[in-house]
Design a protein around this ligand. Structure first.
Ligand SMILES: [Ca+2]
Ligand SMILES: [Ca+2]
Length: 80
């Protein structure tokens, strides 16, 4: 196995590049994330993804919905 191969494998198994912390993403401090806050933390977030994550469709992601999204692999793990 060459060094190049090992580098490719390491890249493939790397953790998601964009970890995010829900606490710091919650810029207005209401304890939930709206679409704008999530997109500020994770610019790749689409409205479709947000809608999918927002299980009770109240327009905000609470801690349970964020945890469920992480568990489902839809959101990156908690950052620092
Ligand atoms: Ca908020
Ligand atoms: Ca919700």
């Amino acid at each position: 196995m060459t060094l190049k191969h090992m580098t490719l494998i390491a890249a493939a198994v790397a953790l998601p590049a964009m970890a995010f912390a829900a606490d710091s993403a919650d810029t207005n401090g209401d304890g939930m994330l709206d679409l704008a806050e999530l997109q500020a933390a994770l610019p790749d977030t689409t409205e479709e993804l947000f809608t999918e994550l927002d299980v009770n469709k109240d327009g905000f992601l609470d801690v349970d919905e964020i945890a469920a999204g992480r568990k489902a692999g839809l959101l990156p793990a908690a950052g620092n």
